[in-house]
Write a protein that binds this ligand. Structure first.
Ligand SMILES: [Zn+2]
Length: 306
């Protein structure tokens, strides 16, 4: 019996020692892990600081990369227009049901166009006008800004009046499409707009105020270099075709073989369009849309007072 007591006591002592040693080991491990965790935490906060410091540099670098890429694309386009004759079909003063007919013809020919649209025309044109805006965007054409009201005496009466009108057309287009176009054609073109500013605002300076502010806000202003004269029915279908094709032909001898062809949203233009396309194609010209950079950069409107 006494022997049994001694054995039990011995076993109890051995267990206590093992358990105690185990617990001692566990607490040492915990202490070690705590220390390692503290080191990791410290390192991670150092890394975070470094990341925070690098973030603006990374974002500046990617911005610079994007702008360099845009510049490279623009240079490439400019080189292309020196060697590959290109026509830009542009349609002003829409949209209306004529725009839908124009879109059908462009679709059949697999050609994209650039549409400088007018706000009142869109608002008054009912479902056809709105359908045309939707199709311009969906079918890969370029939607561009002309004016809300095509009223020279109003929009060129002051820079404030111009931008009041401009705000209306950009808001309308943004509401309809979810984006604001960045290509602008001044009603009447830049040269006549200057005269209109002198006439209606009393100074050509107003023109420079308008154009320089447009550029400052990220818009690009572009005119045309081939006029089909389809703004008057006196030109007729044959006249439109002839003006477009002979005008485009003159561009082949230029340093930049690019024809920016001005057309309007008219019945005669619809009738002439297929023949215009065929005639321009026969000159060996391809078709493109107007986008910022590229040929558009070559056409930059005069923003500085002479
Ligand atoms: Zn116009």
């Amino acid at each position: 019996m006494r022997f049994l007591c001694v054995v039990v006591t011995f076993i109890a002592i051995v267990f206590s020692v093992i358990l105690g040693f185990g617990m001692y080991n566990d607490s040492r491990d915990i202490e070690r892990f705590d220390k390692e965790a503290a080191v990791f935490e410290q390192q991670s906060s150092v890394y975070q600081t470094e990341i925070d410091e690098l973030a603006p540099k990374i974002s500046a670098a990617s911005e610079e990369k994007a702008s360099l890429q845009a510049e490279i694309t623009a240079i490439k386009r400019r080189i292309i227009y020196k060697t590959q004759p290109t026509a830009f079909l542009t349609f002003d003063d829409g949209t209306s049901y004529h725009t839908l007919e124009i879109l059908d013809i462009l679709k059949e020919n697999n050609i994209k166009g650039t549409f400088f649209v007018v706000g009142t025309q869109i608002e008054n044109g009912g479902t056809a006008s709105k359908e045309a805006i939707r199709r311009i965007v969906e079918e890969g054409h370029v939607l561009a800004i002309h004016a809300y009201e095509h009223e020279y005496s109003k929009i060129y009466s002051s820079a404030e009046a111009y931008f009041e009108d401009f705000k209306k057309i950009t808001t309308l287009l943004h509401d309809m499409t979810g984006f604001t176009p960045n290509i602008v054609r001044l009603p009447s073109g830049t040269a006549t707009a200057r005269s209109f500013c002198e006439r209606y605002a009393g100074s050509r300076d107003v023109y420079y105020d308008i154009v320089s502010r447009l550029y400052a806000e990220g818009y690009t202003v572009i005119d045309w270099n081939v006029d089909t004269e389809d703004y008057t029915t006196a030109t007729g279908v044959d006249g439109i075709v002839n003006n477009a094709v002979s005008g485009a032909k003159t561009r082949l001898n230029r340093e930049y073989k690019a024809a920016v062809i001005l057309m309007h949203d008219t019945a005669d233009t619809v009738k002439a369009l297929q023949r215009v396309i065929d005639g321009v194609k026969e000159l060996g010209m391809g078709f493109e849309v107007l986008v910022q950079g590229g040929y558009v950069t070559r056409q930059i409107a005069e923003t500085e007072k002479p």
